[in-house]
Design a protein around this ligand. Structure first.
Ligand SMILES: [Fe+2]
Ligand SMILES: [Fe+2]
Length: 167
């Protein structure tokens, strides 16, 4: 985002940031529902799997990877760093979260493939490994989202409020 001393530009960044934060918080609620769905599928392995839940989870996982991470990495995190004056602690925290995004995306691709197998009624080679894969994804996502909800989004709101008041 371009820097400017004009009052209108000082206002537009934080206002947009607050709108983005509302969107991301809503995404997190949806992703936690997805985690619950993945847990239900894991608990139903190997013989009680609901195929419609697999299809819903596949669609949600594809959408999550494409949109939410991009909003955080290309819009939220750069705006936070700009408002925080390139705070090094914040930079390392956000860098760790970006690494977690790549890990989540790798796990997500494997889970999408697994869910496709379940949806097609194909036999699982190893139900225990499938359950482990699902749990690894939703447990990792829950930790990541909890950290962002407890630390990152409040910090971003604080930075937006400070900037809007001219601090
Ligand atoms: Fe994230
Ligand atoms: Fe997030």
């Amino acid at each position: 985002m371009a820097k400017s001393d004009s009052g209108s530009d000082r206002q537009s960044g934080p206002t947009n940031l607050r709108t983005l934060l509302t969107r991301l918080a809503k995404d997190h609620q949806d992703h936690l529902k997805l985690c619950n769905l993945l847990e239900e599928i894991a608990d139903s392995l190997p013989h009680e799997v609901d195929k419609s839940k697999c299809q819903t989870a596949i669609n949600a996982l594809i959408q999550r990877g494409q949109v939410h991470h991009a909003l955080e990495e290309t819009v939220l995190f750069p705006q936070m760093l700009a408002l925080a004056g390139n705070d090094q602690d914040l930079r390392s925290t956000l860098s760790r979260l970006i690494d977690e995004h790549r890990t989540d995306e790798g796990h997500s691709d494997e889970v999408i493939e697994l869910l496709g197998t379940l949806f097609a009624n194909k036999r699982l080679e190893n139900a225990e490994a499938a359950g482990y894969l699902l749990r690894g994804l939703f447990e990792g996502l829950r930790r990541h989202i909890a950290f962002e909800n407890e630390h990152v989004l409040p910090k971003a709101r604080e930075l937006a409020a400070g900037s809007a008041s001219g601090v």
